[in-house]
Design a protein around this ligand. Structure first.
Ligand SMILES: CC(C)(COP(=O)(O)OP(=O)(O)OC[C@H]1O[C@@H](n2cnc3c(N)ncnc32)[C@H](O)[C@@H]1OP(=O)(O)O)[C@@H](O)C(=O)NCCC(=O)NCCS
Length: 164
């Protein structure tokens, strides 16, 4: 595993979280949506709007020292404004992204475990996510305890029970 530091996300990380949201949306190399397009689309923007709310949970990987290279965060969305991986108002949804040049070196797995640890410590019972089936990230999520609870044409909703 690459040597990165993990710290708690703060309100000032919003811009970097937007960077990582852009990475998550554009996981397919041929998909190249601009930051402006993504922020103008409410279905994506609501993962970062008003960051950081009291019940938002996030972690950031940095290297060297302070440069952020990846982030994972959890957000409670509601039935009135559901995320792609929405299952319930009390189940926060994961967003995760690692800068391209840092992928495949273990940062994503460390971030995922770290954000789930923080959530568990706060008493969160379950976490959901949406992943397009062709994305290798689905294998990472399965290996870390997420199970498919609903399948759509190209994407699965996965849930992990993170209670200790
Ligand atoms: C998905 C993402 C967050 C994973 O982070 P990462 O740092 O690249 O992943 P890791 O290095 O921790 O790898 C975790 C596992 O994924 C798999 N994996 C990693 N890179 C892979 C690749 N290029 N192809 C296939 N599998 C791969 C491996 O199984 C790996 O486990 P292993 O190291 O035990 O073999 C990151 O690649 C990313 O930001 N991708 C673009 C955005 C995205 O897809 N976000 C998620 C949307 S649901």
């Amino acid at each position: 595993m690459q040597n990165v530091d993990i710290r708690a996300a703060t309100p000032t990380d919003r811009e970097f979280l937007v960077d990582m949201l852009v990475e998550a949306v554009n996981w397919l190399p041929e998909r190249n949506w601009s930051r402006e397009q993504i922020l103008a689309n409410p279905a994506f923007a609501h993962y970062v709007t008003g960051w950081m709310r009291p019940d938002d949970v996030g972690v950031v990987a940095t290297q060297p020292a302070v440069r952020p290279v990846g982030a994972a965060w959890l957000r409670h969305l509601t039935a009135a404004d559901p995320g792609y991986g929405y299952v319930s108002d009390d189940v926060p949804e994961l967003t995760i992204g690692v800068r391209q040049s840092w992928r495949g070196r273990g940062v994503g797995r460390v971030l995922l475990r770290a954000v789930l640890d923080v959530a568990r410590a706060r008493g969160t019972g379950r976490v959901s996510l949406s992943v397009e089936r062709a994305n290798f990230a689905a294998g990472l999520y399965a290996a870390e305890g997420f199970r498919t609870v609903e399948s759509f044409e190209n994407a699965d909703t996965m849930v992990a029970d993170i209670r200790a």
